[in-house]
Design a protein around this ligand. Structure first.
Ligand SMILES: *Cc1c(COP(=O)(O)O)cnc(C)c1O
Length: 392
């Protein structure tokens, strides 16, 4: 039987093994493991692919978000707005600071935070005064965190316009969208560098993956970047002086060295993902409306740059049966995400506006294999497997 894994990192490692091991050996020889020149080089390289934003290396994407929220002075009595249809980490960092999460629903086509729901919420459920926006519980809305889910940027023009009207900072969760281009009304922008703040993740499964946990915070403003560097190192500046309580959110040199070796390939990997997606899209075109392929709102204007296809997620009412059909054919799939965050037990005390779109998406989504090292033959087998389910 064919066996097509949902994801296989070993294939990528095989092609880069000698180069990466050489880099790792060099770091071992230096015995200098925390921050340092490799991390600075990585920060420069990431800055250059994120619209020149200040980039500050962090121990993970989660910690990058946490450090940004700490840098904004977010804490008890504050509220954060985000979408419930995302990986837990988007909300987990904020929850640790004692904030109330406010979940708003997503757009049906893109799975991203709906600007209409955001505007409705800020207009109808909040009051606005000189200190900012308050919820009807009296909590200050300190940030909106839109998530560029699966590698597609949110409707950032609309979101930024709404947030600037209410003077609420925006933190882009670009963990799944490194390098994705957004055609804003002010020209082309990059995921994480569209608004004022953003963050990336280099979790091994992301489009650019480290050999462990790693992440990056992005900021337009140099004062915030300086604050982030202090926060990631216990709030220490200068040595052994602490004016703020930070954490240990430092990125290590081994991860930076691995990421620097992989970075030159990121563009080609993302293009390969996009090509696989185009193949699937074409093969599935006749299955609509029983099977819906992902939306690509920026394809006409910017082609393959507008979606990095961290995941290729289809929708069908018969999701569980399709998954079982593919499993029987030896094809791996995953469900991102089976339980929206507002329905998670640990968030029972948080607030959610009605999220019917997120709830139905959770029942209907299925992610197909889309990593760059899939062969054309494998991609064809996956596509045929999906089509054969609907021809049954
Ligand atoms: C992976 C991910 C994160 C967290 O990144 P880590 O580096 O794993 O901490 C945050 N948000 C989203 C949407 C993610 O996919």
């Amino acid at each position: 039987m064919t066996r097509i894994p949902f994801f296989d990192l070993k294939r990528q490692f095989r092609s880069l093994r000698d180069d990466i091991l050489e880099e790792i050996t060099a770091v071992c020889d230096s015995q200098s493991f925390i921050l340092g020149p490799k991390v600075e080089m990585l920060e420069k390289a990431v800055s250059s692919i994120c619209g020149g934003r200040h980039a500050v290396g962090m121990s993970s994407g989660t910690d990058a978000e946490l450090a940004l929220l700490m840098g904004l002075g977010v804490g008890l009595g504050d509220a954060i707005v985000t979408s419930p249809f995302t990986f837990f980490a988007t909300a987990g960092g904020a929850a640790r600071l004692g904030v109330k999460l406010l979940f708003l629903d997503i757009d049906r086509d893109t799975f991203n935070l709906s600007p209409a729901r955001l505007e409705e919420f800020l207009n109808s459920d909040c009051t606005f005064d000189e200190r900012g926006v308050r919820t009807n519980e009296g909590l200050l809305v300190k940030a909106v965190i839109p998530v560029h889910l699966f590698g597609l940027c949110c409707a950032m023009d609309e979101i930024l316009l709404i947030c600037s009207r209410f003077r609420v900072p925006v933190i882009e969760d670009a963990a799944q969208a490194i390098g994705a281009v957004y055609p804003s009304s002010n020209g082309l922008k990059r995921a994480g560098g569209i608004g004022e703040f953003g963050f990336l993740s280099f979790h091994p499964t992301k489009n650019l993956g480290a050999f462990g946990d790693a992440g990056m915070a992005l900021a337009k403003d140099s004062a915030m970047a300086a604050r982030l560097k202090v926060i990631r190192n216990h709030g220490m500046e200068p040595k052994y002086c602490h004016h703020v309580v930070g954490g240990n959110f430092r990125l290590d040199a081994l991860q930076a060295a691995v990421l620097l070796k992989k970075m030159p390939f990121l563009g080609a990997w993302s293009r390969r993902r996009w090509e696989i997606a185009q193949y699937y899209q074409a093969e599935f075109s006749e299955l609509a409306p029983r099977l819906q392929s992902p939306a690509e709102p920026f394809k006409e204007s910017i082609g393959n740059r507008g979606h990095t296809y961290h995941q290729f997620v289809v929708r069908t009412a018969r999701r569980d049966q399709l998954r079982e059909h593919l499993r029987a054919l030896g094809i791996g799939t995953e469900i991102y995400y089976p339980i929206p965050l507002h329905l998670q037990k640990c968030f029972a005390h948080m607030t959610a506006k009605p999220c019917p779109v997120s709830e139905s998406a959770a029942k209907e989504v299925l992610a197909l294999p889309i990593f760059p090292e899939l062969t054309d033959g494998e991609v064809e087998v996956v596509a045929k497997g999906v089509v054969s389910f609907f021809k049954k």
